[in-house]
Design a protein around this ligand. Structure first.
Ligand code: S3P
Length: 167
């Protein structure tokens, strides 16, 4: 079984993913980190020097790589599952979990952090949030809305996935 966490920037995919790895036998991986390692450059620099399309192509390569893995909890970049080609390569033993956090809470969490090229101002980020929300809902197997602690959220996700019973 794999668990793939999706949701907007700042929805807690990395925090919850690491927590799931702590309380289970799944190993944590992060698609943004894999991209940074492949290109050997921080994300903002990839966007600045090569543009978003190049970033998306590398992101797709990473998705093809992770499709072969098992026993992982994967934190995906906020835009990754907006590309159908990435949704298509996700293997059958993977649960897609959407961390559905309200936009105002996301803004509080992200603050003035400028490491995200697609979160430069609140207005355009809010527009992107609204454009993406329906797609996250459509492609996910499980939606987590409650404001629980990271530990409680991790346990809730694991319990729900195990109940659904994929390999
Ligand atoms: C992006 C989200 C980022 C990162 C890149 C693009 C997006 O990941 O992949 O900056 O399109 O929403 P996080 O969601 O982990 O911040």
């Amino acid at each position: 079984m794999n668990i793939l966490l999706c949701g907007f920037m700042g929805s807690g995919k990395t925090t919850i993913g690491k927590e799931i790895a702590t309380v289970s036998d799944l190993n944590f991986i992060d698609t943004d980190e894999m991209i940074v390692n492949k290109v050997n450059m921080p994300i903002t620099q990839i966007f600045d020097e090569y543009g978003e399309q190049y970033f998306r192509d590398i992101e797709h390569e990473v998705f093809c790589d992770i499709a072969k893995l098992n026993n992982k909890v994967i934190s995906s970049g906020g835009g990754a599952l907006m590309q159908d080609r990435n949704v298509k390569v996700i293997n059958d033993n993977t649960y897609i979990v959407f961390l559905d956090i309200p936009f105002n809470e996301i803004c509080e969490r992200i603050g003035n952090n400028d490491s995200r090229p697609l979160f430069r101002d609140i207005e355009s980020a809010h527009k992107l949030f609204n454009e993406r929300h329906g797609q996250y809902k459509k492609i996910s197997d499980i939606i987590i809305e409650q404001a629980l602690t990271p530990r409680e959220t991790a346990l809730e996700i694991l319990r729900t996935c195990r109940e659904k019973g994929k390999k």
